[in-house]
Ligand binder design. Structure first.
Ligand code: NAD
Ligand code: MG
Ligand code: MG
Ligand code: MG
Ligand code: MG
Length: 342
């Protein structure tokens, strides 16, 4: 695992590592549309791979890109960028596997399938990752505005001896070295990504909000007040942290909020919660979570479907929908800022 990460910029990337190569971008969703268009605008020969009948085909063609099946576009490509959903990648990989020639590159934006051996590439291809740290629409918008998007870089397999140099050139072509590309490993990217979304970002925060809401409502306070305090204000607080770290948040809230927060935060998220986090991390590290998720998909997602429904049925959702209607003026901005944690 890397301790202090190396960061690479435009001057560290050589365009010659990619300029004469053909890139097959598989998928035209959030990441796919942005990678494909940024590569094309950087003068790289790009083709988009989508299955017959995919509704994304028309979008890619309208954006001026050549489209074929994943197998067709992989056949002529030096670099195959795998940007279909993670759960679908193994099946799509099967379609393109025999098109990989020695010295080609399999390029990813997340390490799950490589790290957990759901895709097992031949030894004679490079396996790399450029994972932009934003959803695709921001990667595209930043590129068009001559701004950069930070990304992670990792090399899983270096068959050619130039895997990292080529990945850096790919990062440059999609606009990431303008901002900075941080080196990591497939293992570190995958495990920190899963832990983060489970313990803190998606799972942790949703449970914190629900427990806070239920505590207030069960004590007789109005659901509307509980919603405002535990969910609606979350954005204001997170925005402050995003701008200036925890210190920026503590500086901006009242002294009363700061003192109460500093004394009571660790009462709520205590050593027991920390032990639970360590268990969550262990299940990520030893592959328990990955096996469970793969089996859940193979079984047609029975628990996932139930859990989704239960979350939709939580009272806070109905209360929130009513109250958010009062904030209709904020809708446009929120939609624009929407980001997807993947
Ligand atoms: P997405 O769900 O937005 O897009 C999926 C695309 O794949 C769509 O164009 C769809 O038409 C296509 N597709 C679906 N099934 C297919 C099939 N059988 N054959 C061919 N194409 C098919 O996906 P995404 O969020 O862009 O994720 C792509 C990769 O990028 C994933 O590895 C993800 O972890 C990673 N990533 C995503 C983000 C993000 O913010 N969305 C950020 C960083 C990394
Ligand atoms: Mg190569
Ligand atoms: Mg308050
Ligand atoms: Mg207050
Ligand atoms: Mg993720």
């Amino acid at each position: 695992m890397t301790d202090d990460a190396s960061i690479y910029y435009d001057e560290d990337a050589q365009r010659s590592q990619i300029e004469d190569k053909t890139v097959a971008v598989l998928g035209y969703g959030s990441q796919g549309h942005a990678h494909a268009q940024n590569l094309a605008d950087s003068g790289i020969d790009v083709r988009v791979g989508l299955k017959e009948g995919s509704s994304s085909r028309e979008a890619a063609r309208e954006d001026g890109l050549e489209v074929g099946t994943p197998k067709e576009v992989a056949a002529g490509a030096d670099i195959v960028s795998v940007l279909v959903p993670d759960t679908i990648q193994p099946a799509v990989y099967e379609q393109i596997e025999e098109e990989l020639e020695p010295g080609n590159t399999l390029q990813f934006a997340h390490g799950f399938n490589i790290h957990y051996n759901q895709i097992k590439p031949p030894e004679d291809v490079d396996v790399t990752m450029i994972a932009p740290k934003t959803p695709g629409h921001l990667l595209r918008r930043n590129y068009e505005n001559d701004e950069g998007t930070p990304a992670l870089l990792a090399v899983y397999q270096d068959a050619t001896g130039e895997a990292k140099e080529e990945a850096l050139a790919y990062g440059q072509a999609i606009g990431c070295t303008r901002a900075g590309v941080v080196e990591t490993t497939f293992r570190e990217e995958t495990e920190t990504d899963l832990f983060g979304e489970q313990a803190v970002l998606c799972g942790g925060i949703a449970s914190l909000i629900k427990q806070g809401y239920e505590t207030l409502v069960d004590a007789g306070y109005s659901p509307q007040m509980a919603y405002f305090e535990c969910l609606n204000e979350m954005k204001l607080i997170v925005d402050l942290m995003y701008e200036d770290g925890l210190g920026g948040m503590w500086d901006s809230v009242s002294d009363t909020a700061e003192y109460g927060g500093l004394t009571q935060g660790d009462v709520v998220i205590d050593d027991h919660a920390r032990e639970n986090m360590e268990q969550v991390l262990e299940a990520v590290q030893d592959g328990t979570f990955a096996r469970e998720w793969i089996a859940e998909n193979q079984a047609g997602r029975p628990s996932y479907t139930q859990l989704r429904q239960a979350e939709k049925d939580h009272e806070i959702e109905a209360v929130g929908a009513e109250l958010r209607a009062l904030f209709a003026w904020a809708e446009e901005e929120t939609e624009d800022e929407q980001e997807k944690v993947t």
